[in-house]
Design a protein around this ligand. Structure first.
Ligand code: DGT
Ligand code: CA
Ligand code: CA
Ligand code: ZN
Length: 606
């Protein structure tokens, strides 16, 4: 974490504590300052070394806040903040993670019931104590009960989009070390799950100690959690990073084992047992000549949480008993079991082992298959860049087409963000101008219309009919029940002008769960209506998720992998969308924006 982020976090905490104690206006000032510190190009510690005046040059940072920043950089704490913490010793971040609970609520509940943790909050709600607090009622209490589990889980798991860059950085650091023969990520991050518990890394090498030493000295490591002989763990940017080091001839087996999922590994191991083989993290072994070696003790160990046999020489020798059949490469392990190599995204024990055995794994979408983005924004709505800048960024990425889909006005659009009918017509001319000026990329004009709570659209049919493409997305009413959500989304995909159902559930990972529709019904309706279901690649969304995509594939629906970019660099989020689509078994042929321009236009005209 950069020093600017760290300081900004302190200022945000300051704001929360002030708000909790009923102070007005000041919290807003602290939050604005925090935002500007976070985005300031110069490092705060450098500015602080030049004194308060230099710090106060940051936008929205006044003298009082500048003094606190200097105090923090110099001493590691802020006196006034410590006082506020002592007055209100509640775990603010954990408690405000509960939807509907803000700093003020935390303050009131501490005052009345001395609640400081999620567990205490849940117990108080279960005991009916919260409804007794003035200003609270049974509904609030029930909301808290409903939302605590989601908050608890979101505190424990990191978004893929936050963890993946950390994993990539660690990997390139390790790859550059002399002693490293091979390095890979494994675990849930290699399977591209939307959230991850920790980052798992695997290195092949004959020299373990120097690698452990280098790893714990990694500049991005904020702390060492443990350092053993064959493994080490550090914390980076709030996430735990586990490293394991194995012999090069065992790398493939270890990679297979530590990629998981556990359920997938059980299915693969059972296949090995059926063939008189034994599979573990050291290799695939023929144990037909070995006494008692097939008793599967590895797994019993593993389930008890001890994945640490590498440190115990006696056990490691026992688990290597038999003749090694495979283990140096991961593909070799699958092939020795008469399986096609299974892409990590599919390893969830949902039919992939049977498909691999039959030679029927899907021909999965790849990033190179993507030919353009069908959902992007500009400064005509809430994007930060002009139409021509977004188009240039798309052209730079080698795309064949680009669709401008700013927000239409309607439910969920606040502060005049969305375009009304006449503005949409105006923008059509602006897009046509850019289209006429650029070479090598086709520019289309669309809109992101809002789906209201009943499934109707906020924009008039005549306007929609004139556009090249219509994305329709839910932006409001995201707390409605499952049946209404299903009806709403089915109605939207059946709308004659809708081409793409945008971020179907409206979830924000770790922030709000979004709609919970019956995905099979929505997928079937989308297939019948020739409406594509979007996999929104924004790492805060990843919506539709892998399960929804799988339902779409089974229903014969088309999907689209879009970034919803509000800035040029966000076009690169496409990789998160591609891997999410792969988790849903999406084949290239099923993806609208992997098709040629002619095929795209044919789909849109149909
Ligand atoms: P996460 O970190 O919660 O997002 O999920 P994973 O899948 O990364 O799980 P993690 O980090 O606990 O372990 C990484 C992989 O290592 C896991 O997917 C499968 C393998 N593994 C680790 N411990 C065990 C175990 O006790 N039993 C089995 N069968 N596999 C294990
Ligand atoms: Ca993990
Ligand atoms: Ca782990
Ligand atoms: Zn959008």
């Amino acid at each position: 974490m950069s020093r600017n982020d760290e300081v900004a976090d302190r200022l945000d905490e300051f704001a929360d504590l002030l708000e909790a104690t009923g102070v007005e206006y000041k919290p807003t000032a602290y939050r604005r300052a925090a935002e500007n510190v976070r985005e300031h190009p110069a490092a705060v510690e450098t500015l602080a070394a030049d004194g308060e005046d230099a710090v106060a040059e940051i936008d929205r940072v006044g003298d009082a806040i500048a003094a606190k920043i200097v105090e923090y950089v110099e001493t590691g704490s802020i006196g006034e903040l410590e006082e506020l913490r002592a007055e209100l010793p509640a775990d603010m971040a954990a408690l405000t993670a509960v939807e509907g609970v803000g700093p003020k609520t935390v303050g009131s509940l501490y005052e009345a019931l001395e609640i400081t943790t999620l567990d205490e909050l849940e117990s108080a709600a279960e005991a009916g104590e919260i409804r007794e607090v003035s200003g609270f009622g049974a509904t609030t209490e029930q909301n808290i009960l409903d939302n605590v589990p989601f908050a608890r889980e979101s505190r424990e798991r990191t978004r893929l989009g936050d963890a993946r860059p950390v994993a990539d950085a660690a990997l390139s650091y390790l790859d550059a070390l002399d002693a490293v023969a091979a390095a890979e990520v494994c675990g849930s991050i290699r399977r591209w799950k939307a959230t991850i518990g920790d980052i798992d890394l695997l290195v092949a090498s004959d020299a373990r100690e120097p690698i452990v030493e280098s790893f714990t000295a990694w500049p991005d490591a904020d702390a060492t959690i443990e350092a053993g002989t064959g493994k080490a763990s550090v914390r980076s940017d709030g996430t735990r990073v586990d490293l394991r080091i194995v012999d090069p001839d065992e790398f493939g087996a270890a990679l297979q084992y530590f990629t998981g999922s556990r359920a997938h590994n059980v299915a693969v191991r059972n296949r090995a047992i059926e063939r008189g083989l034994k599979l573990n993290e050291y290799g695939l072994f023929d144990v037909s000549g070995v006494d008692g070696a097939e008793d599967g003790d590895r797994d019993a160990d593993a389930e008890s949480g001890d994945d640490d046999a590498g440190d115990d020489p006696a056990e490691a020798t026992a688990t290597r008993a038999g003749e090694r059949v495979a283990g140096a490469t991961e593909d070799g392990v699958y092939e020795a079991l008469d399986l096609d190599p299974i892409p990590p995204e599919l390893r969830e024990d949902t039919g992939e082992v049977a498909a691999a055995a039959e030679g029927e794994l899907p021909d999965l979408l790849t990033r190179d298959d993507i030919r353009g983005d069908l959902h992007t924004h500009t400064d005509w709505s809430d994007g930060g860049f002009a139409i021509e800048e977004m188009v240039a960024a798309a052209a730079e990425r080698g795309y064949e087409y680009h669709v401008v889909t700013d927000h239409a006005t309607g439910p969920g659009m606040i502060g005049g963000v969305g375009l009304d009918e006449s503005e949409i017509a105006e923008q059509a001319d602006a897009v046509a101008e850019v289209a006429a000026e650029v070479d090598g990329i086709e520019v289309l004009h669309g809109i992101e219309a809002n789906i209201d709570a009943d499934g109707d659209l906020s924009t008039a049919d005549e306007t929609l009919a004139d556009l090249d493409l219509v994305v329709a997305s839910p932006h409001s009413g995201l707390g409605q029940d499952a049946d209404r959500a299903t009806e709403r989304l089915v109605r939207a995909v059946e709308h004659p002008h809708v081409d793409v159902l945008g971020h179907p559930t409206g979830r924000l990972i770790n922030e709000r769960p979004g709609l919970d529709p019956d995905v099979e019904s929505v997928a079937e309706a989308a297939a019948a209506a020739d409406t594509a279901i979007e996999v929104n690649a924004n790492p805060a969304r990843l919506d539709a998720d892998g399960g929804f995509v799988r339902a779409a594939m089974e229903a014969g629906a088309t999907i689209a992998v879009n970034t919803d970019a509000h800035a040029p660099r966000e076009l690169d989020n496409v990789r998160y969308g591609v891997h999410t689509a792969r988790r849903g078994w999406a084949e290239t042929a099923d993806v609208l924006n992997a098709r040629s321009l002619d095929d795209l236009l044919a789909f849109l005209d149909a």
